[in-house]
Design a protein around this ligand. Sequence first.
Ligand code: ADP
Ligand code: AMP
Length: 213
Amino acid sequence: MKIIMLGAPGAGKGTQAKMIAEKYGVPHISTGDIFRANIKNGTQLGMEAKQYMDQGLLVPDELTVKILLDRVAQDDCQNGYVLDGFPRTIPQAQVLDKALTELGDKIDYAIDVDVPDENIVKRMGGRRACLSCGATYHIEHIPPKAEGICDKCGQELVLRDDDKPETVQNRLNVYHEQTQPLIDFYKEKGVLKTVDGTMDMKDVFAAVMTILG
Ligand code: ADP
Ligand code: AMP
């Protein structure tokens, strides 16, 4: 099963993607996580990506597409995957589409997690991320067991640099301009499904399960 998560930054794509991946035993692939791991390890890719990410801008397609295509070519992706944060532009979607078509394959579902901008701004300030294992929490809605510590790996949780209020509005603008058009792209392909992302995360997941069966 090949699934794409669509939605604004902070809509809950990652939260849902991790639950879907666990349920179906397929990898959760987040281009944002891949970039953050590269930043943490001080790679050339990380240094380049950081310049864009810190401003709330998209990392250029030339850098992003290659890492994604390399990742989905790995063995653990043979039975499918959940993409979270990719594609984010029409050219990225076209490249993925072409690569899959060449393999006689296709995306099964593009799930749009729909959340209005005003809810997003509130959510982002409360997001806490573990840069070690990629787990995500919310200080009010989905708190860790011990404040500031990751339940899964015990490392410190941080407010992502790009979750600071001054950057969140830029990211929302970029989303509306460059990423929202993907909703029509996948609607035309007949694979678009929409869930109301303002519900409690368990109810959002129940709606996703109804779609995936
Ligand atoms: P995205 O991957 O779309 O950027 P995340 O999954 O990281 O979004 O979620 C953004 C923030 O909102 C996180 O702090 C997360 O814990 C929280 N969150 C996710 N889903 C819900 C929900 N249904 N209700 C409330 N908060 C949520
Ligand atoms: P995310 O973790 O999905 O919120 O992504 C964090 C940041 O990484 C984004 O704001 C972009 O700067 C960058 N990024 C992640 N995925 C992509 C992508 N598919 N295309 C371009 N930039 C991306």
